[in-house]
Design a protein. Structure first.
Length: 250
């Protein structure tokens, strides 16, 4: 027999969820402090290495001998590795700092529209069409707009990587069971369903040279908002990312 939950049970469940969300945010904040200290310790020697590589490159003879060319190639390789480490470090800092939220009631449709206006030139250069079907009259949700924009950017860049020859990315919003839902759908190469269970894990990447932190950062941001994110995909049939946020008046 199904029994409808009374107000006391619903209040208790809501209180438990809020407590868990606060615990997660506190955990993220502590991780952010540790990451900041770690970044400082890594960046100093990394900057020294990079600067000295530049100085060594300037001191190399200007002749076109085979030995000089090999030295230049080795220095350029090391400089590239330094830049890659810097990119990974920046991605990691984004990953751990998502607990620093500044939530305000917002219309998700407006956040999506502003992002699409910003991203359109990049999409055009990749021969990708941005399409949107946004349900009118969505209830507001508590958002940190800058972090949600980061989520949209991470997801959309992931779509571009899946469509090197161009394609379409569609953005859809709707209400569903007290949640405001956003779907980001591409018609790219798609991925095996088993990979959908891994792509949100930190440092898991299907792209050569990727940090593996873009989608895991997106998940942490969505979860810090009390939301959920999931993936549905199939090789040759594109990918759909679904984000669900609790509405303020739910």
């Amino acid at each position: 027999m199904l029994v409808e939950a009374g107000p006391a049970l619903m209040t208790e469940a809501t209180s438990t969820e809020l407590s868990e969300l606060q615990r997660l945010r506190q955990q993220y904040a502590e991780m952010a402090q540790l990451a900041g200290a770690l970044a400082h310790e890594i960046r100093n020697p990394l900057s020294t290495i990079s600067m000295n590589l530049d100085l060594v490159a300037e001191e190399l003879p200007a002749d076109e001998s085979a030995q000089t060319r090999r030295l230049h190639q080795k220095i350029e390789l090391l400089q590239g590795e330094c830049r890659q480490l810097e990119n990974i470090l920046n991605a990691y800092l984004q990953f751990v700092r998502v607990g620093e939220l500044e939530l305000e009631p917002a219309d998700l449709n407006q956040v999506v529209k502003r992002f699409l206006d910003f991203f359109k030139p990049q999409a055009d250069s990749a021969n990708v069409e941005l399409s949107f079907h946004l349900a009118p009259g969505l209830p507001q949700i508590p958002l940190d707009a800058s972090l949600i924009r980061q989520v949209l950017q991470n997801l959309t860049r992931n779509c571009l990587d899946a469509m090197p020859e161009g394609g379409v990315i569609e953005f859809q919003t709707r209400c569903e069971n007290g949640d405001v839902v956003l779907e980001v759908i591409d018609n790219g190469a798609g991925i095996p369903q088993e990979s959908c269970e891994k792509i949100f894990e930190a440092f898991y990447s299907r792209k050569a040279g990727g940090s593996g932190l873009g989608l895991s950062t997106a998940r942490k941001i969505v979860e810090a908002h009390g939301g959920r994110i999931s993936c549905d995909s199939e090789p040759g049939r594109g990918t759909s990312m679904t984000l669900k946020f609790p509405a303020l008046n739910a």
